[in-house]
Design a protein around this ligand. Sequence first.
Ligand code: HEC
Ligand code: HEC
Ligand code: HEC
Ligand code: HEC
Length: 461
Amino acid sequence: MNRARIPVLWLFLAWGCVATNVAQALDPPHDASQSIDCANCHISHHAPGGAITAIAGNPNLCMSCHNAGGVAHSTPFADTDEAIPGTSGTSHRWDSGAAGWVKTNPANTSPGTVQSGGSFNGRYSKTYTLTIKAAGDVGTARFDWATSKPISQTFRDEFTAIAYNGTNGTQNWSASPWQEIVETDGVSAGVIRVVANAACASGNCLRIGGGTIDTRGVRRVANVSGGTSAMLTFSYRRQLATCPNSSAANVALQVSSNGTTWATLATYNLNACDAGQIAQVFDITSYIGATTQIRFLAAGTAGTSDFIYADNMQIGNLAPGGGSANVATGTNVTLDEGITVTFANGTPAPSFRLNDQWTIYANTDIHQPTTPALAARLAGGKATCSTCHNQHSEMAEPFDPAAPAYPTPGPGGAGRHYQRSDDDINQMCVDCHNTRNVAASSQGSHPVGVGIPTTGLYRQR
Ligand code: HEC
Ligand code: HEC
Ligand code: HEC
Ligand code: HEC
């Protein structure tokens, strides 16, 4: 529909008062140069779209001109252009946010709608498939959900208290506390203890040493069954009365899938000191089981002031994707890894029909924008065309160095891409993608914003 050529005088007058507002004056090409005025996008009464727009849904409004047969046919877009990274698509999505986006199965007949919410905190992007198992309206209808990808979980003990049952991970580890081996005098006595000491990573930690440690130790069980990989991480520091010394005392770190057969991962000799806590990482995937256990097992006799301090003991594993059956539909129903789902009724009843399906695609490392101009233009918490584009104004600075200056007489900034906020140094991109805005690979992503010397190889080619 090309409304651009239809003179809609009364509407133009209705908008006249607003149109004089500089902020809403139109910059080209969304202006008279293309026979576009306010009324092409806005209608003053009974408007189907949010900001009294002529078409419901922000992308639908844009695509009513930006399509192969429209007035903006040189820059056409269709929903199928939206990228599922690595799979399909050629365009940045305009229907996604920290809660991912929802695809309705084309075969569905349910008039009800499904929206994802929350903020995905998983390590891997993944999909959730929701299937209606009992028809009805919200509250009555019930659904099953399943996920495609494993979820990361941790059993962790930071020794927050002087206790053997500390639990600081995603999984509650308190029901299977550390158990002393041979020694049976509890957490505050003997050669195995939890103590507060400056040699800990912080606060309290596990301490072994200070006398006859032979055959003594401490072990802990974690149920990591069904997981696809498991890592043991912690840190340690040795402190002795004399460094180094010739003691043969040592503490072995061992792992077992069943508590019967043990494999030694490392042996810490109590004959040298460490300047600080030393990080340790072991892949214990081959010991995954319902009773996977780790232990420190000591040998020999340690001097009365000779100790090893171990802190932040953690078993992290990838458990099979979550899921649940026969869940009641409602508002903000919790799935996992930060994602919630909200069901809304439609007509005619029942809003949700048997076996209808929705898929939620959740992407990692997405942050909701905080720049007010962007944050104010989310649709249901998701980025849309007008989140990144200010269809009224070319004022914001684009990243594109070839873009004309603003304002210039005549064309008035056409070709500056209608950016919603300045993006000349990626400001707009990094508002939502700040976890990618790092200057060193050690921060978990490829470095950006790093100067390349003029003599750099990259420049010479
Ligand atoms: C190309 C389509 C288009 C044209 C042309 C257009 N608008 Fe908009 N306008 C929108 C969209 C989409 C929104 C909602 C998103 C947003 O806030 O920018 C909007 C929002 C607004 C808002 C409220 C949001 C805000 O704070 O900016 C006002 C006021 C407005 N338009 C006035 C006008 C006036 C006046 C004109 C004509 C001079 C005009 N618009 C021309 C698409 C358009
Ligand atoms: C009434 C028709 C119409 C609507 C609705 C419309 N556009 Fe346009 N738009 C055009 C035309 C015509 C051009 C110029 C030709 C082209 O680039 O295809 C254009 C150009 C653009 C450009 C390039 C600007 C530049 O600096 O060169 C952007 C970006 C853009 N539109 C974004 C949007 C967004 C976002 C929306 C929805 C909020 C939208 N348009 C809605 C007609 C429209
Ligand atoms: C994540 C931010 C983002 C979203 C969402 C987005 N765009 Fe863009 N768009 C850009 C940027 C940045 C450019 C300019 C550079 C380029 O071409 O990649 C651009 C380019 C364009 C252009 C090409 C003309 C030009 O300025 O080079 C048009 C037209 C356009 N967008 C319209 C849309 C429409 C319509 C939607 C929604 C259906 C949309 N954009 C969604 C960021 C976005
Ligand atoms: C308003 C928020 C927002 C802004 C601004 C934004 N993005 Fe995005 N970006 C997203 C969301 C949400 C996704 C996830 C899409 C999905 O669910 O697949 C995404 C995905 C991506 C992806 C795919 C990444 C992957 O691993 O799957 C790339 C690449 C990307 N954005 C680049 C950019 C660039 C470049 C800019 C600046 C022009 C930009 N984004 C601006 C929200 C934003």
